[in-house]
Design a protein around this ligand. Structure first.
Ligand code: UD1
Ligand code: CA
Length: 453
């Protein structure tokens, strides 16, 4: 059976009070619509069509890499009309599943259950029962508990409004029949809209079985209309990811104080302290520990490494057993080798540092290649930028750079060389030798301090 998924995303999103289309607002660092596209993918959709609204051209632009067809619904004439716009794209599928761009937490398992339960010909309807059903379409059943139709709140009688089983909006149906029913739906209702929900009554009239299923949890079918609801779902989503990490063997000092805005993969026995923010793709190796208040973005932390409090690591790789921070900043294209120590107030950019080297205090290392067993003294700076171009600094294995050295690139320090503290190194320093470039210390005997006239 080939499955097509239609995602409705033509809502104006007025209540977001935003210049950004609603379905592009991020949840867990990714647009709402991206979550729904992932769900469509997870249920094996052969074809996906997103119906976006007039003036919503930003949406296809922002998600240009998505494997789906974009269809504009020029006029917002109702959910039935919206689904109809997508049907030409669905010509080669047998079953159609309707999802919503602003309902991001729907679980593939729930959808698979709905698809399986409704079989090849049935109409699958995802419903829920709410203590306060106001606003939703009500599921009307007959004396034998069979679904008869859906009535929208605005069109419902007082009697019907007491029904607590409501429509989530998610349905699965035979593509051919759905097209037929939608062709017969009119807008003869309070809202003057073509209701998708009217196909239920038409299916029943055609003798098609309406099969209902319920989501495991209500948040799966919660829609987002404003930023308060967005924030509430963000917390639920974060908690879900935290639980998932813990089940896979990661210790979280507090599962309520981690934010994953992208993907985080941890090997076993990783320990994450509080207030960690992960962005993009982050991978952490077995047994590594991340201290409190760190920001990790698109980076890889090796097994057994330790990132101490308040570090910012972006676009960098940290080798096994290395120790970073506290208060260190690793910037893009940085590779810290095995067992290196990078200490407090050290900034490293586009630099490779081999095994067991140390840059422990107050340094800037940029555009550099540093060997193994190098010790970079406190306050050392690579002067990599001449105001126009960037230049490289090379420090070979075993070198010792005295404190407060300025390495004026391009420059090379040879293996096992020693640089005297306070030097400004403007030409290459030979291997094994002591190089220093500071004024010799003098003492002037008999010198008198000036006195006030
Ligand atoms: C709809 C259902 C209702 C259900 C509720 C669940 C209908 C007629 N009613 O009501 O039974 O309980 O959802 O939340 O379907 N959309 C378009 N184009 C349109 C109209 C809507 O893309 O022309 C999209 C909206 O962006 C939104 C979704 O469809 O994501 C639902 O539309 P909305 O008008 O909010 O329907 P409800 O009144 O909430
Ligand atoms: Ca709605």
């Amino acid at each position: 059976m080939t499955l097509g998924v239609v995602i409705l995303a033509a809502g104006k999103g007025t209540r977001m009070r935003s210049a950004v289309p609603k379905v592009l607002h991020p949840l867990g660092g990714r647009p709402l619509l991206r979550h729904v596209l992932d769900a469509a993918d997870a249920v094996g959709a052969a074809r996906v069509c997103v119906v976006y609204g007039h003036g919503g051209g930003l949406v296809p632009q922002a998600l240009a890499d998505a494997d789906c067809t974009w269809v504009e619904q020029a006029e917002r004439l109702g959910t039935g009309h919206a689904v109809q716009q997508a049907l030409p794209v669905m010509a080669d599928v047998e079953r159609v599943l309707v999802l919503y761009g602003d309902v991001p937490l729907i679980e593939p398992e729930t959808l698979n259950r709905l698809i399986a339960d409704s079989g090849e010909t049935g109409l699958g309807l995802l419903t829920m029962t709410l203590p306060d059903p106001s606003g939703y379409g009500r599921i009307v059943r007959d004396g034998s508990d069979r679904v008869v139709r859906i009535v929208e709140q605005k069109d419902a009688s007082d009697q019907e409004r007491t029904i607590t089983e409501v429509n989530t909006g998610i349905i699965a149906a035979d593509r051919h029949r759905l097209a037929h029913w939608l062709g017969r739906v009119d807008n003869d209702n309070v809202q003057r809209e073509y209701y998708l929900t009217d196909v239920i009554g038409l299916a029943v009239a055609d003798g098609i079985e309406v099969v209902t299923a319920q989501p495991e949890r209500l948040e799966e079918v919660a829609g987002i209309n404003d930023r308060v609801q967005l924030a509430a779902l963000e917390r639920i989503h974060q908690r879900r990811m935290a639980d998932c990490l813990m089940r896979r063997g990661t210790t979280l000092m507090d599962p309520a104080r981690i934010d994953i805005r992208g993907r985080l993969e941890c090997e076993r026995d990783v320990v994450l302290d509080i207030n960690l923010i992960c962005e993009g793709d982050v991978r952490i190796g077995a047994g590594a520990r991340i201290g409190p208040n760190c920001l990790l973005k698109d980076c890889e932390i090796g097994p057994g490494a330790e990132v101490l409090a308040n570090c910012v690591i972006e676009g960098a790789r940290v080798g096994a057993g290395a120790r970073i921070g506290p208060f260190a900043r690793l910037r893009p294209e940085t590779e810290i080798g095995r067992a290196c120590h990078i200490g407090n107030f050290v900034e490293i950019k586009k630099a490779q540092i081999a095994t067991a080297s140390k840059v422990n205090h107050l340094s800037y290392i940029g555009d550099a290649v540093i060997g193994s067993g190098v010790n970079v003294g406190a306050g050392t700076i690579t002067c990599n930028y001449d105001g126009a171009n960037k230049h490289q600094t090379v420090i070979d294995d075993g070198a010792f750079i005295g404190s407060n050295t300025a390495l004026v690139a391009p420059v090379t320090v040879g293996a096992d060389a020693t640089i005297g503290a306070g030097s400004v190194i403007t030409s290459d320093a030979q291997a094994q030798q002591l190089t220093l470039s500071r004024a010799r210390q003098v003492s002037i005997s008999g010198w008198q301090r000036p006195v006030k006239k």
